[in-house]
Ligand binder design. Sequence first.
Ligand SMILES: *Cc1c(COP(=O)(O)O)cnc(C)c1O
Length: 398
Amino acid sequence: MKFIDLEAQQKRIKTLIDQRIQSVLSHGQYINGPEVGELEGCLASYVGAKHAVACASGTDALLMALMAYDVGPGDAVFTTPFTFVATAEVISLLGATPVFVDIDPHTFNLDPAKLERAIEAIRANDPSIYPLPRTDSLFPHHSLPSAKGVIGVDLFGLPADYDRINDVARSHGLFVIEDAAQSFGGEYNGRKCCSLADIACTSFFPAKPLGCYGDGGMCLTDNDHLADVLRSIRVHGMGTDKYNNVRIGINGRMDTLQAAILLAKYQIFPEEVELRQRAANRYAALFREKAGGSSNFTLQYVPSGAGSAWAQYSILCRDGEHRNAIQESLGRGGIPTAIYYPKPLHLQEAFAHLGYRDGDFPVSESHAKRIFSVPMHPYLHGEDQERTVDIICHACGC
Ligand SMILES: *Cc1c(COP(=O)(O)O)cnc(C)c1O
């Protein structure tokens, strides 16, 4: 049994992938080939965004988005500590300060009410309102960085609450970036993920809902000016051509071969989103049937109006010991599991300079100890899901 089954997917579209790759080998435009523009057009129209800017990875997409807003030293960017490191890493890479905001316990996403408090705390330089970075060396004379933007993360494919996040951000004059690395294919109140904030950033890492055969990413936005700036940043801050440099940029281009592979996979992507939803529904029904009413574990809450891309199917256990016991039972049964994420970012050594402490973000800390993910992909068999749920319920004694 596989955690993510890329082979089953490849079997379905092997001919198409081979044709697409052959076509790139024939035209030989390995950088900026026609497939890149074709992919940008397809995916922009799929999510309902005006512009798509393909790039080399999800991390580059986030970096380029922050660079488009001129984020740098002295700027605070608010985000969740319960995410993949890249979300906050790019903030630090630009010399800005990640300011963490705890998650909602049910959706596992950035809590808009806590975001409001964190912004007020920064504004008032008052950590009694909300936990702030504690570093005199970073902020000499106690001058805290000023609030500049927010990165919401659509964890496991479930969109964050952008109606409220955008409202809070707008009332304080902050930009909002949607880290949609896990949520391509998800939905929120009738709109698609990747269209829910000023700029959305997604990833085509192989294990994401839409993955290529290497690294890839994309920025999506409705803003004409930001799209121009993103295209410039992607190629070393180019102006009218690449030997006319108008700003500091990066080498953030997507390989033509990866765009070609994504175009082949896109042919079956909408169907795969439905298959993931069907697998998620089946898990939920099995848990209801076999463990209805048990308080030994809970599932990620999907608010009405939201649709997850189901990058991961995660289960929150009663406590850490319980989680270990369940994972061991599943492992003995040949069912792979993973933990996203075992340590929240504010407690990672990489962010030690921010001076955060255990206890600052209790929901993220508790979830990191109790969560784990079970196999999820479009080609999951019902019998395997049933066996997974049986083993979990048996290990829980429910
Ligand atoms: C995967 C991921 C990224 C980074 O994407 P890469 O393509 O691996 O660089 C960023 N944020 C989140 C939430 C992710 O899951």
